[in-house]
Design a protein around this ligand. Structure first.
Ligand code: FAD
Length: 488
């Protein structure tokens, strides 16, 4: 590749795969210099982070779409590949040199390995006298900006939200526009390279999983957001816990890879419901509350890096005597626990790469409390399957369910999977969709099929644990862990 004469800028895309409301991209494009964009595939890093093949496929498809959109702004996007984060400082520095870039732009990520990566890249660029600018973008309010009166990060959600709302009202951060089109230069545009199929095969090292149920065009994603705000958000409060109802936004895969931003979500709902913040009992605010949960977990991993390094948030829970039972873990993974709502959820995850939030809570509680299996095994399995896999939300959700995290309730909160099924899937509609063996079971027995007089005709396993006994055992394990810590 030949060097260009004058200085250029480089936009480095990571988990922010969008053109509209992308802070770093907007800033790069304001420099009045040609902008080159790059995305680095890091297959070995993805494997070590257990990134799901379906999420990689979503990224691959989204990159193609992003490339087209960027080319309309006359910004070429090049797709490069290195093994892992360690290889990135040299690779970025070499590319900046080759493209005569004197300034590299990107958006901040809060995960531990990503932070170390950016420090190393910053140092490598500094040696070459290349400026490196990292912008806050992934949250509506940046991590570190929502603090207690003493200036500490929050550890509990409700006071965090109160302060988040105060801060937001002081300076509302809403979505920004796409960058203006750059001057066209045919030579410059030749740097764009779509990822070839062979390249993508090499990214993975294992079979790709088709994500085509999820459209990736920016317009498609925006349409989903608007449709949700116009048609569904008002009923969100009533529908959000019912897995048989399509009552949530389904935006998590896009938020996870940055194909849509949290600010765009906020702007869209406030456009339809300008008084959403004042009516906290209504659907629009209840939905915004979930966006604030997302922010909470991101702020947490920034402030408490141990949680993204496989440590519990509550220190004494290290002492819990978790069971490592491979065959029980596999029964849970495959949806063969004998608890219909758990099995339906786990089969949905395996088949589609997505699971409803209520079911994530039920299945996570089942693994960590009923089976007393370490939350890390569940966190890892979810990551390896989820199209919306996201370290902060996944770790936060798992640690919440396992009582090792930020749940304000003490460790003796243990979900009863049968009662949860009855409450949130009363007629078993969701269960029957995923557990075909139970299709003929009458409503009355759908949550306890082994009480059905015709149970002999069923090819479905009996419950793998006695929930009442398992609950007592789990609470005892936590009590003992606490006592051990207090004695020490
Ligand atoms: P909606 O109900 O429409 O909510 C809108 C957005 O708010 C979501 O897209 C998501 O970005 C955010 N959100 C909603 N609920 C939560 C929550 N409880 N915590 C944090 N953010 C939330 N979410 C992920 O994006 N990636 C994960 O890897 C992930 N793992 C989870 C693991 C467990 C054990 C639990 C209990 C929850 C997990 N969640 C995760 C949170 C939540 O289940 C999903 O975000 C939600 O189901 C996505 O569906 P939706 O987009 O229709 O959500």
């Amino acid at each position: 590749m030949t060097k260009t004469e004058s200085a250029n800028s480089m936009m480095w895309f990571r988990a922010d795969l969008r053109v509209v409301d992308n802070t770093a991209l907007l800033q790069a494009s304001k420099q009045k210099k040609p902008v080159f964009a790059v995305f680095f595939a890091t297959p070995e890093q993805w494997a070590s982070h257990d990134t799901a093949p379906i999420q990689i496929d979503l990224i691959r498809r989204r990159l193609r779409s992003l490339q087209t959109q960027l080319s309309e702004c006359n910004i070429p996007l090049r797709i490069e590949q290195v093994a892992d984060f360690e290889a990135l400082p040299a690779a970025i520095a070499a590319l900046a040199e080759a493209w005569s870039c004197d300034h590299v732009f990107c958006n901040k990520q809060y995960e531990w390995n990503e932070k170390l990566r950016d420090q190393a890249v910053g140092q490598a660029l500094k040696k070459q006298k290349i400026k490196f600018s990292v912008f806050e973008d992934t949250c509506v309010l940046p991590a570190g900006s929502v603090l207690t009166r003493q200036g500490d990060p929050f550890k509990v959600y409700t006071p965090f939200r109160r302060e988040w709302l105060n801060q937001f009202h002081l300076s509302p951060a809403l979505a920004q526009p796409a960058p203006a089109a750059q001057a066209h230069d045919a030579e410059h545009m030749k740097f764009a390279t779509p990822p070839s199929d062979e390249q993508v095969d090499r990214w993975m090292g294992y079979a790709l999983r088709d994500s085509s149920d999820w459209p990736v065009g920016e317009e498609d994603i925006r349409a989903r957001l608007i449709r949700f705000c116009v048609e569904k958000v008002q009923d969100y409060g009533e529908h959000r816990d019912l897995p048989a109802v399509d009552g949530t936004s389904g935006l998590s895969p896009y938020l996870a890879i940055g194909a849509v931003s949290a600010r765009q979500c906020l702007s869209a709902v406030l456009h339809e419901f300008p008084e959403a913040f004042e009516k906290q009992e209504q659907g629009p605010f209840i939905w915004l509350n979930e966006i604030i949960w997302r922010e909470f977990y991101r702020h947490l991993i920034d402030a408490y890096p141990q949680v993204s390094r496989a440590q519990p948030f509550v220190n004494w829970t290290r002492q819990v005597d978790w069971q490592w039972d491979q065959s029980a873990l596999e029964r849970w993974q495959n949806g063969e626990t004998g608890f219909p709502i758990v099995d339906a959820a786990m089969r949905q995850l395996k088949a589609t790469g997505w699971m409803h939030n209520r079911l994530r809570m039920i299945t996570a509680s089942f693994l960590t409390k009923d089976l007393l299996i370490h939350w890390q095994a569940g966190e890892q399995w979810f990551m390896s399957q989820l199209i919306d896999g996201d370290l902060a939300s996944n770790n936060g959700g798992w640690q919440w369910a396992a009582s090792t995290g930020t749940d304000a309730q003490p460790y003796f909160r243990v979900f009863n999977p049968t009662a949860q099924g009855k409450k949130f899937d009363p007629n078993g509609e969701f269960i029957r969709t995923w557990v075909k063996e139970l299709a003929e079971v009458p409503d009355k027995y759908i949550h306890n099929p082994y009480d059905w007089p015709d149970v002999k005709s069923l090819d479905y396993p009996p419950p793998m644990v006695d929930h009442k006994a398992a609950r007592v055992k789990a609470i005892e394990a936590f009590k003992q862990a606490k006592a051990l810590t207090e004695q020490a």
